[in-house]
Design a protein around this ligand. Structure first.
Ligand SMILES: [Zn+2]
Length: 338
């Protein structure tokens, strides 16, 4: 009636994906001191100060009487008089995020990626390059989840013709032409996810994975008012809350539970959700690379399970070493499936 840590490590039972959705709050939690050189990540309410956009936006700030980046951008977008300002603004924003570097020591993003498997998915709304930088330094060690970029990303390029996606600056793996940088989707009231080929492809992929998911973790995504269409698209794929009784939703967020429940009640079936204010208390960090197996053990087979918390303070070599027993089981299972 009890599953030990050793038994959890030795199991490969879940084939369905664990889908993780990252919002601005996730990058903020993972990089509270900014990048390797202390360059800060902005939030919507300090975006203009952090990126030093006051001069460029002086006229707009006076006219629109708000300091919130989302509102200002929406106004610039509606007002053709500001076309040049908007183009200049987008260039500055792109360059700001493109030039960020992930800190040397393991971060929450490294821990998140290393705690999931190749069948799983991390979909991010964030433009910053940290998720890909974390992916690149761990990807040769162990299989990592698939990445999806819902609002474009400064480190992602794509070949529209071949539908190939890769790291910005490299070439298409099929036709060898340079990948084109992806557009960043900006915060405007009406989001047109279908207008950009790359972004619409990413959303279709997310919807596919959501339909099959056994668990969804929403990390630091506030579902802002400007993202109504994002929430609708996710809801459509996740389906009717009443029909998905067994699936679990997990929320990692620092907001209080009432506030979160109001935001997410369309997704959450009565008892099947948990809220954590910290990534390291989450299901993912407590059942690294076995989130689905732990789920089956606890929810389908009604067994008691132990946590196998990912050690958060190890250096990279020690961390990869710690993951080796998990990897060996996965490699063996993969060979048997060939
Ligand atoms: Zn191509």
């Amino acid at each position: 009636m009890k599953v030990t840590v050793q038994e959890e490590i030795s199991q490969i039972k879940m084939e369905k994906p664990h889908v993780v959705i990252l919002g601005a709050g996730a990058s903020y939690a993972a990089f509270p001191n900014g990048d390797k050189y202390g360059k800060k990540l902005p939030l919507m309410n300090n975006f203009i100060q952090v990126l030093e956009l006051e001069k460029l936006l002086a006229e707009a700030l006076t006219e629109f009487k708000t300091n919130n980046f989302e509102e200002i951008y929406d106004q610039l977008h509606k007002n053709s008089r500001y076309g040049t300002v908007r183009a200049e603004l987008e260039k500055l924003i792109y360059a700001y995020f493109r030039d960020m570097d992930i800190p040397d020591q393991p971060t929450i993003y490294d821990h998140l990626l290393l705690s999931l498997r190749g069948k799983d998915v991390v979909a991010t709304f964030n433009w910053d390059p940290f998720l890909i930088q974390a992916y690149r330094r761990n990807g040769s060690r162990i299989s990592l989840p698939r990445l999806i970029f819902l609002h474009g990303n400064v480190m992602v390029g794509s070949c529209e013709k071949c539908k190939v996606t890769g790291v910005n600056g490299s070439v298409c793996s099929r036709c060898s032409t340079p990948l084109q940088p992806t557009k960043l989707l900006y915060p405007i009231g009406e989001k047109n996810y279908h207008l950009d080929g790359f972004i619409s492809g990413q959303w279709k992929e997310l919807q596919c994975f959501l339909k099959k998911a056994f668990m969804i973790t929403v990390f630091g995504y506030g579902a802002p008012v400007s993202d109504v269409s994002a929430v609708e698209l996710m809801k459509e794929a996740w389906g009717d809350v009443g029909e998905r009784q067994m699936e679990q939703t997990e929320i990692i967020d620092i907001r209080d539970e009432d506030d979160l429940q109001k935001t997410w009640d369309k997704f959450i079936h009565t008892h099947h959700y948990e809220v954590h204010s910290n990534f390291y208390n989450s299901w993912i960090a407590n059942h690294p690379r076995r989130t689905g197996e732990a789920y089956i053990n606890q929810y389908w087979e009604a067994q008691f399970i132990d946590n196998n918390p990912l050690p958060k303070d190890l250096s990279f070599p020690r961390l990869w070493e710690w993951l080796t027993p998990l990897k060996e089981v996965e490699d063996k299972a993969a060979l048997q499936n060939v």
